[in-house]
Design a protein around this ligand. Structure first.
Ligand code: HEM
Length: 271
């Protein structure tokens, strides 16, 4: 009998490469997410602390501060300020050393992350459909589906953690991480497209064919790559592990281009 038949998939050739590609992806994403957090803290946090709420609008947004709209302004402030907290919490959840050495911290940031995920998704849906922060039907539908997936995935991650079904919990938690960062991925996808094609086919309202592919693809493509990553982890075929590692690295390069674009042209002036 071939001795590799009894070796667990996690010890077969190609596993190291897969782990490393995942790590490079994570470290690259972390740089871009921390830049996003920095922009939020500096721009929205700074103006809010100074009591200069109209200053939120100094940055291009659809509907930020609106004179007289107390509920809408509060919801907007809560949404953007918690965005910084959930982004940091999400990054912390994926650090294996924290899970291993400080499991209590992992559990508490995990609960915080999941509660914030519900608040962000429900608040985002409210901003879009009740406050009327609209761009185009296609992009509204894309962000709405993103919000619904956050609610479903976060519930799954929580339920499976409580049931101590750790492997399934890990998978749903990573899916939740992707959809929670959907709006971040969208900004990165737009900037990668803008840098690589000089914005070919992109319209301001993200309602045309390119805008629609980017708004849905921003989170559906990373979700699909994540499923392939899980498949490669389970696979007994080195070629699958190496192929998915290559795909993850290609996605990382595209993401790095988008992060560069976002920092240089979108967040930089407000950091
Ligand atoms: C859970 C993760 C989320 C994060 C980290 C996040 C982050 C942000 C940030 C930073 C802003 C300020 C806009 C900017 O400066 O670019 C914002 C605005 C907004 N978000 Fe979210 N968001 C999240 C989820 C959602 C969801 C799920 C929806 C919709 C269902 C949503 C809808 C909105 C809307 C409508 C605005 C106002 C946009 C504007 O006026 O330009 N968000 N969000």
């Amino acid at each position: 009998m071939d001795p590799t038949m009894t070796t667990p998939p996690s010890q077969l050739p190609g596993t190291r490469l897969l782990q490393r590609s995942g790590l490079i992806w994570y470290l690259t994403a972390a740089v871009g997410q921390l830049a996003f957090v920095w922009m939020i803290a500096n721009h929205y946090g700074g103006h809010t602390l100074r009591g200069d709420y109209p200053g939120w609008n100094d940055k291009p947004i659809i509907k930020g501060y609106v004179e007289g709209d107390v509920a809408g302004n509060i919801m907007f402030a809560v949404h953007v300020l918690l965005a910084a907290v959930i982004t940091v919490a999400g990054l912390m959840q994926l650090i294996p050393q924290i899970r291993k050495h400080v499991p209590a911290l992992h559990r508490w940031t995990g609960r915080l992350f999941l509660v914030l995920a519900y608040i962000m998704a429900l608040g985002g849906l409210w901003l879009g459909w009740v406050r009327g922060t609209r761009l185009s039907l296609n992009s509204d539908l894309a962000v709405t589906l993103n919000g619904i997936l956050i609610l479903i995935f976060a519930s799954q991650a929580w339920r499976l953690a409580a049931a101590r079904r750790i492997d399934e919990h890990r998978q749903w938690a990573m899916r939740t991480f992707i959809v929670v960062n959907g709006v971040w991925f969208l900004r990165i996808a737009i900037m990668a497209w803008a840098v690589l094609t000089r914005g070919w086919g992109l319209d301001d309202k993200l309602g045309g064919p390119v805008g629609t592919v980017l708004t849905f693809g921003a989170y559906l493509i990373p979700l699909a790559v994540l499923e392939l990553y899980f498949l490669a982890q389970r696979s007994r075929h080195t070629i699958v592990k190496r192929g998915v590692s290559a795909l993850v690295l290609i996605m990382t390069v595209l993401m790095a281009v988008g992060i560069f674009g976002a920092i240089a042209f979108m967040w930089g002036p407000y950091m």
